[in-house]
Ligand binder design. Sequence first.
Ligand code: ATP
Ligand code: MG
Length: 431
Amino acid sequence: MPPAVHHISPDKICGRAKDVIKRLQKAGYEAYLVGGCVRDLLLDRTPKDFDIATSARPEEIRKLFNSCRLIGRRFRLAHIYFGRDYLEVATFRAPHDDNDEGGKVSDEGRIIHDNVYGSLEEDVWRRDFTINALFYNPINGELLDFVGGLDDLRQGKIRLLGDPEKRFREDPVRILRAIRFAAKLGFEIDPHTRAFVTPLGILLEGISSARLFDEIIKLLHCGDGWKTFQLLQEYEILQHLLPLTAESLAEDEEGVFARMLESSLKNTDQRIAEGKSVMPAFLYAVLLWQKVHLVSVAAQLKGYPEMQALHLAATDALRDQVDFTAVPRRYSNITREIWALQARFRHHDLRRANTLLGNPRFRAAYDFLCLRAQAGEPVKEDAEWWTDFQQAAPEERADLCKAVKGSSNQRRRKRRKKSGSNSKPAVPPSE
Ligand code: ATP
Ligand code: MG
């Protein structure tokens, strides 16, 4: 096969990746850049990472590099460290069935272990999409395309290699990957591949919840989270990943929750574009909010105090979600705090307001409050008050608190007059 003509500019290639490839080749192994980085270089985008594929076995890679660690059981890989960063080096794999040593396939056709090593020509076919199966040798500039990947790149097509049904069954996460690349690259999923996306979506429920957590973060924090989310809905995949979110959307007659999701995901995309940090805990706070909110209001109507009601609702929602995607404690604890602080935004006395301002989660919780207000929840006044309070000089803050005290006393007096003095205050829908 003649090397394909291309225009990858050498200065976009990570120097360390080049050095690792050079060293592997010098030791007599084949070594190439492969996967997403070659795809992105050809599209003139900046690759997220530089993956290397080689004929060297994991143990052989380890012998060549001092800073190498082998990881993974399902898929054994070498990580070569440069300080805290590392490059991923994978040995060429061959297709296999259950009887081959190092390979294991479940009754449903899912690959459980993928450690049967092979040649470059075999490795090409175990990759997911044609556009991810291009190999590039940065030392001599050679690009290898065995599968029509360059054509698909030019036409903007996402096409699974081989029989789409079999390939999705082998690893249902490929369904999510198809959607992510479609959103991120603005590509179309090829009709033969697309036909199996919705019908096989249910297989995602058999994937470990830890792996799905990683995939959800990749999907919604890829920089095109809003587009990705829309595709997940369009292909009816959302209910297999985030069933509480899907249910909330189905019951959201006024569209308040839908608006909140949209502005949150668009904000996140914007932050990523500006190189700012984004928080998985915040994402989950938004995705599960409607459920938490409704359950908490129901508990308050049964007589639970507000804070306790919120905690109960949070525990419920997080427990139900964890059956689908694990949410590591370090994130879910922050998610809980963001929710719990929503109740405290109603207090506008100086001492409590100052304490809240010093809370390490204040910023995230305040952003969350603003999102709710923007979406049309009746918390606009609180959001505005907190915006003013933060911007005010310390000596002006006391006045702001007094002003609210006056107006809320008046409100309370009016309410008492209207409804008689011994009626209980109703729970407002948003609180
Ligand atoms: P990006 O890093 O931009 O998200 P990528 O395509 O590089 O996209 P990685 O997860 O880094 O994605 O994987 C690197 C390569 O490994 C892919 O391009 C693909 O060739 C192969 N690969 C990854 N996951 C799978 C999978 N589930 N099935 C088959 N091949 C896969
Ligand atoms: Mg990659």
